[in-house]
Write a protein that binds this ligand. Structure first.
Ligand code: NOJ
Length: 739
C-alpha cells in the first residue's frame, strides 16, 4: 500500500500542510546543538535517546531499577513519571552536576486532563465544543505541571475512535475528524502556549501515532487494519492538526497498522510523519513498544526490534532499554547508520534548547511557584467552568430538570459519594482526598434536611442488599437523583469491555425505583458511550456528566439546579445496543440503503433500527431552539470562490441558553463513495430568552477535498447537500454545486 499514492499525495499535501521554514533563530539553535554534539561520545548520544520511568508513578508493565545511576552515567537523558519541584530538582541535579556533559533532563508525565487541578476527561471536554475552554484547560494543566518540574506532557491524544468497547475513547475527542482536529490544535496551543521557553508551558506530544483508536473488536493494543483512504481522510487529520499547531513531539503507538507495528513503520514515521506532515520534532515510542515488536512477530529478537525502530525513525525509546542495550554495537557494526543516531539526538537536544533547559535546567522546579499555581482559585474556577460546559443533557421529560431549590431529593448510588471516581482515568497528580463529592455539594446547595442518601448498590457486583433501604429512602422524596455509571478504573488504558451496559445491578435498582412512580433523574459518570436503551425508558431526566474532575460535584449540582443551563453535545454516537457498533454519523449510503421501499433486501437489522439512541452532536438544554431560514449566498461554488451558508436560530424557551449550531455537507456523487454527512463547521452561541441570531458558515472548496479514486487529494465538481442544525440527525437542508 505504501508507495502507490505517495508522489501524487506529497505534491498535494505539501501545498496544504504548514510549511516549515528554517528561521534565523532555528539556525542559531542548530548551531548550539551541534556544538554540544561535538563533545558527545556515542554512549552519551544514545543516552539522550533513552527515557526511563521513575518509581513515583506506574503507567506500564515494568520499571527500570537504578535509573538515578543511569542518569549520572549519561545513559539516560529523559525521565517520566516524576513530579513535584523538589523531586525533579533532585534528579535534574544529578544530570546537571554529576553527569560528564551536564545535559539537563526532560521530564515527561501524562498530564492528560489536568495535573493537580483535574478537568473533565478529554471525551467530556470535547462535548463542550468550546475551543477556548479546551485550550484553557490545557493551559492551566501546563501551568501546574510546569511548576511541579514537568516540561513535557504525553498529550494530546488525537486518536479518532468509533469503538465504545475501547476504554481509551475517554482520552480522545470522539469520532469526528473535523472536530477532533480543532480540539487537537486547541490542546497543543494550550499546552505549549506561544513559546516553549515560557516556564508556564510544557512540550506537547501527539499520540498515539497512528490509528491506535481503531483496534479490532475494541480490544486495547489489538490489530488495526484499515484502508489507506480511511486512514488518510478520517484518522490522520487530528494528528496533522496537532503538528501544524506546533507540537514538537510525537508518540509512536502500540498497534500495528496494516501489518507493520507503528514503532517500526517507515511508512508512518518517515513517509507520513516527516515527508507528508513535515514534522520537525522528535518521536518517542509508547511504553516498551520497541520490545513488543517481538510479540507482534516482525522481528526475532530485541536487537532486531531496536534496529527496525532506529531505521524507521524512532528517536527515543520509552522504558524498553533496547537502544540502551543494542544500539551502540549496531552503529559500530554499520547495521544502523550513525546518521540516524545523530539526527535523533539533534532533534531531542533542540527541544531541550527550545524549552530553555540549557539556560536554566531548574526553571521548571520552583517550589514557590508550585505552591502558587497548584489548586489556585483561578484554576479551580476554570475546572468548574469546563466541567459544566462538558455535561450533556440526554433526556428531560416534563421538565423534570432543573431541580427546584429546597425540593426534597433522594440521592442514590455509590458514585454519589466517591471523590476518586470524579477524577476519571489519568488523574496525574490529582488528589481526591480534599474534594467534595456529588452528595456533599447537593447537600451544601439544597440543605441537609432536603437531601437523603442511600447507596443502594455498588457500581460493580451483584449485591442487592442495599436495595430496600434505597427504596424506602426514596419514598419520602419528591424526586430521585441516581448517580450511576462506570467506575473510573473501567476507563482509560487496558479497560476494554465486551458489554457497554451499565455494570452490576445498578439498572436493576433503577427498575425497582421506577415502581415508586416518582420522577427519576440519572446522573451518569462514565468514559465511553453506553447502551442506555433501558435507562432512557425508565428515567425522566438523564445528565451525562462523564468523569468531571476536581470540581465535578459542584458542577453537577449547578447543572441539576439550573444555575448553569447545559449546552454539551455528544462527540461520539450512543448506540441502541452493542450490536450496532461501529456506528458513527459519517457512514456511507451503501447500495441498498435502509430508506428503500423493499421491506427486506436492504442494509438494516431485523431486530433493531439502524439509527442510534443518541446521535453525534446531540444534547438538550433547559430551553428550546428553533432553526429557520436556511440560506446560501449562491447555488454555485467556484474553484476559488466561497459561499455563505446561514440559518436563523431562535431561543423559544423560557431561559437563556447556549447552542452549538452544526454545519454538515454531503458530496452526492464522487469518484469514490462519500459519507452521508461530514461536519464542516460549528459555532457555539448564547441566546437570551426570545432572542434570535443568524449564524453564518463560510464554505470553500478546500473544505470539500478528499482522497479521490486515484488517491490524489482534492475536490471533484458536482452537487452537494448542505445541512445546518442542532445535531447530526435533526437538520435543515439546502444544496449547491461545486464547479
Ligand atoms: C502507555 C500509554 O499508551 C501512553 O498513552 C502513555 O503516555 C504512556 N504509557 C506513558 O505513561
Amino acid at each position: 500500500m505504501k508507495y502507490i499514492f505517495l508522489p501524487i499525495l506529497f505534491s498535494v499535501i505539501i501545498m496544504s500542510s504548514c510549511q516549515y521554514s528554517q528561521t534565523a533563530e532555528d539556525k542559531k539553535i542548530d548551531f548550539k546543538v551541534d556544538s554540544v554534539m561535538r563533545l558527545m561520545t556515542l554512549d552519551e548520544e544514545i543516552g539522550q535517546m533513552v527515557l526511563y520511568s521513575s518509581d513515583w508513578d506506574v503507567t506500564g508493565p515494568s520499571l527500570k531499577k537504578g535509573y538515578m545511576d543511569e542518569i549520572r552515567k549519561g545513559n539516560c537523558g529523559n525521565i517520566f513519571n516524576a513530579h513535584t519541584a523538589a523531586f525533579t530538582h533532585k534528579l535534574q541535579k544529578i544530570a546537571v552536576e554529576e553527569s560528564r556533559l551536564h545535559i539537563p533532563l526532560l521530564f515527561g508525565y501524562d498530564v492528560i486532563h489536568g495535573h493537580k487541578t483535574i478537568f473533565p476527561i478529554s471525551l467530556g471536554e470535547s462535548a463542550s465544543w468550546d475551543m477556548e475552554a479546551i485550550e484553557k484547560s490545557a493551559c492551566v494543566s501546563a501551568a501546574e505541571a510546569a511548576a511541579s518540574g514537568i516540561n513535557w506532557t504525553f498529550a494530546p491524544m488525537c486518536d479518532i475512535s468509533v469503538e465504545p468497547r475501547w476504554g481509551r475513547v475517554s482520552e480522545g475527542a470522539g469520532e469526528d475528524p473535523y472536530l477532533g482536529s480543532k480540539i487537537a490544535a486547541a490542546r497543543v496551543h494550550g499546552f505549549q502556549g506561544k513559546s516553549l521557553a515560557d516556564t508556564l508551558t510544557v512540550l506537547a506530544c501527539v499520540k498515539h501515532f497512528a490509528g491506535y483508536g481503531a483496534p479490532l473488536a475494541g480490544r486495547d493494543y489489538n490489530t488495526v487494519d484499515m484502508s489507506e483512504r480511511v486512514f488518510l481522510d478520517t484518522y490522520l487529520p487530528p494528528y496533522k492538526a496537532a503538528i501544524d499547531a506546533g507540537a514538537m513531539s510525537v508518540m509512536s503507538s502500540f498497534n500495528e497498522l496494516n501489518g507493520i507495528p507503528a514503532s517500526g513503520s517507515v511508512y508512518l514515521l518517515k513517509d507520513i510523519l516527516r515527508k507528508h506532515l513535515h514534522f520537525k520534532g522528535f518521536v518517542v515510542t509508547d511504553y516498551t513498544s520497541i520490545n513488543e515488536m517481538l510479540n507482534h512477530g516482525v522481528v526475532a529478537n530485541e536487537a532486531e526490534a531496536g534496529k527496525m525502530a532506529a531505521k524507521a525513525g524512532v528517536d527515543m525509546d520509552m522504558q524498553g532499554e533496547v537502544y540502551y542495550k543494542y544500539l551502540k554495537k549496531q552503529v559500530e557494526s554499520g547495521e544502523v547508520p550513525l546518521q540516524a543516531v545523530n539526527e535523533a539526538v539533534h532533534r531531542i537536544l533542540k527541544v531541550k534548547f527550545l524549552l530553555g533547559l540549557f539556560d536554566d535546567p531548574y526553571r521548571y522546579c520552583n517550589e514557590a511557584r508550585e505552591k502558587r499555581e497548584v489548586y489556585s482559585p483561578a484554576h479551580l474556577e476554570a475546572s468548574l467552568d469546563v466541567a459544566k460546559k462538558s455535561m450533556v443533557l440526554l433526556k428531560n421529560s416534563n421538565n423534570t430538570l432543573p431541580l427546584k431549590k429546597d425540593e426534597k431529593i433522594a440521592v442514590i448510588g455509590q458514585l454519589a459519594t466517591s471523590t476518586r471516581d470524579l477524577l476519571g482515568s489519568w488523574k496525574a497528580a490529582g488528589d481526591w482526598n480534599f474534594m467534595k463529592s456529588v452528595l456533599d455539594e447537593l447537600k451544601a446547595y439544597n440543605g441537609d434536611a432536603n437531601v437523603t442518601y442511600a447507596e443502594g448498590c455498588k457500581v460493580q457486583g451483584d449485591d442487592r442488599s442495599g436495595f430496600a433501604t434505597a427504596i424506602s429512602s426514596a419514598r419520602g422524596a419528591s424526586k430521585i437523583v441516581y448517580v450511576l455509571g462506570e467506575s473510573c478504573e473501567w476507563s482509560g488504558e487496558a479497560t476494554s469491555r465486551t458489554s457497554i451496559n451499565i455494570p452490576g445491578v445498578q439498572t436493576e435498582l433503577l427498575e425497582k425505583l421506577k415502581a415508586l412512580n416518582k420522577p427519576i433523574v440519572l446522573v451518569l459518570m462514565n468514559g465511553r458511550p453506553l447502551d442506555l436503551s433501558k435507562e432512557s425508558e425508565l428515567a425522566d431526566g438523564i445528565l451525562e456528566a462523564w468523569f468531571p474532575g476536581t470540581m465535578g460535584g459542584k458542577a453537577i449540582t449547578q447543572v441539576l439546579f439550573g444555575k448553569y443551563n447545559p449546552s454539551g453535545k455528544l462527540t461520539m454516537t450512543f448506540p441502541r445496543n452493542l450490536g450496532q457498533v461501529p456506528i458513527y454519523y459519517y457512514e456511507k449510503n451503501t447500495g441498498r440503503p435502509n430508506y428503500l421501499s423493499n421491506p427486506k433486501y436492504k442494509s438494516r437489522y431485523i431486530d433493531c433500527p439502524n439509527d442510534p439512541l443518541y446521535p453525534f452532536g446531540f444534547g438538550l438544554s433547559y430551553t428550546t431552539f428553533a432553526y429557520s431560514d436556511i440560506k446560501l449566498s449562491g447555488k454555485e461554488l467556484a474553484e476559488k470562490g466561497e459561499l455563505k451558508a446561514s440559518v436563523r436560530v431562535s431561543n423559544t424557551g423560557n431561559v437563556a441558553g447556549e447552542e452549538v449550531v452544526q454545519c454538515y455537507v454531503r458530496d452526492l456523487v464522487g469518484s469514490v463513495t462519500r459519507p452521508v454527512k461530514e461536519l464542516k463547521g460549528f459555532e457555539k452561541i448564547t441566546l437570551k430568552m426570545g432572542e434570535s441570531k443568524v449564524v453564518t458558515f463560510t464554505i470553500t472548496p478546500d473544505m470539500l477535498a478528499f482522497h479521490r479514486a486515484d488517491m490524489s487529494y482534492g475536490t471533484e465538481p458536482g452537487n452537494y447537500k448542505l445541512f445546518i442544525g442542532t445535531n447530526s440527525r435533526d437538520l435543515k437542508e439546502t444544496n449547491f454545486r461545486l464547479n
